[in-house]
Design a protein around this ligand. Sequence first.
Ligand SMILES: [Mn+2]
Length: 496
Amino acid sequence: MRRAGSIREFGCGRELRAGAGGWGAGGKKEAQSGLYWVFSGILLIFFSLSYSCKEKKYPHDLPTLSVILIFMNEAMSIILRAITSIINRTPSHLLKEIVLVDDYSSNEDLKGYLDEQIKNYNAKHPGLLKIVRHQKREGLTQARISGWEASTADVVAILDAHIEVNVGWAEPILSRIKEDRTVIISPVFDNVRFDDFELLEYAVSADGFDWALWCLYEPLPKEWYALKDETAPVRSPSIMGILAAHRVFLGEIGVLDGGMHIYGGENVELGLRVWQCGGQIEVLPCARVAHLERAHKPYLLDLSIAMRRNALRVAEVWMDDYKYMIYFAWNLPIENPGIDYGDVSSRKELRKKLNCKSFDWYIKNVYPNLIPLTTVVGYGTMKNTLNENICIDQGPVPGNTPIMYGCHAYSPQVLKTSYLTATRNLLLAFALDSFLSHASFVLQGSSVMNKKTKRCLEIVKDNPSSPYRLVMQNCTGQKWNVQHTVKDWGKRSALR
Ligand SMILES: [Mn+2]
């Protein structure tokens, strides 16, 4: 299972904002009772903002902003809510335009009725709203690229259409990018529950990912705490999805990888590219955007299909020898994985042209919390040649005493994709660790022996009709096979 949580479309869960200083449960209540009406009858969510963010002063003269809202079959009211919050909560002299990108919606009201709404807004705010309509479904990444292409301000904020921006969200972004055009910014995401519109405020954290490229939240670096300034930018290994950037700089480093399908992994691709090619990523604690959780995702039921494919694109272009860890995390063979991840030649050229640093540099300098998996020699399911319908399984939790079980190849029989548990369950040999701590490495088609006791991992039946049990016993010559093996993993000098 991927990490559970509220913002499931990003494969992320996260902690609510901590209780200190009147946040947490108190903040939730405040948000609930503080709902208020604004013009055009749209109910915006009332946010609280920390005292130090409210007090922070920004220059009046900041770069201009284009806000890009992408959507596909979004509810009309949700889009209007996003537009209204942006108009109300962004200083008008800084907001140059809002670019809507419709990824070929089929909902009728998103056609003529939306055009009418845009006209109404533009009557009040001349030239503020633009719309780009795809003539076929092109996916989230391409929709973001289309919005970037249509935008004209100094800075672009590329958001979903199911959001509301908070008061004061834009000034910290514009001010930071004015200081340094190479900073890509991730606002802090709060969550709005889809069924009751309750605002759940999240703690500030850095955005990371595991080897399957599912995003996860990293604790704040101690250097950040040392600053004793809760408004200070947080250095972040990656982004979660929405972002703000200097428009021209984003173009210089290749915007987004248009070869990504649907969504998933495109955020990590940007994260690696930004860091490896001379930029930086920061989360800004005072730039808060509330994201409306959705009951269902419009594109695809099983996100992992696009995610897996996109992850291979990231691996092949950006990760050098570390790319094998992506194959491992998705339980795919390194040779001929059987997945068409498309043409990556132009992205490889881009990397060369920009003279980008290695992934080894990235992991050592930007993301040391991502632990390389250098000791794996094999992965996947593990079967005994006596009966290939049963696989070693991690067994009941808690305990994790391995058992033999009908092969299904889900995570208890292969590996954990979360980095937190991956090191225990990398290889089934690791799952066996508790009673097999001196196992010889599993070699294809050989016995698995405890080097110290010279006993072997084998399967036995108590009587002819009972199921096989997993035991350590005097070796009788039973043989095991692992689904995928790795030849030189861990021996590559770059991975040491
Ligand atoms: Mn979203």
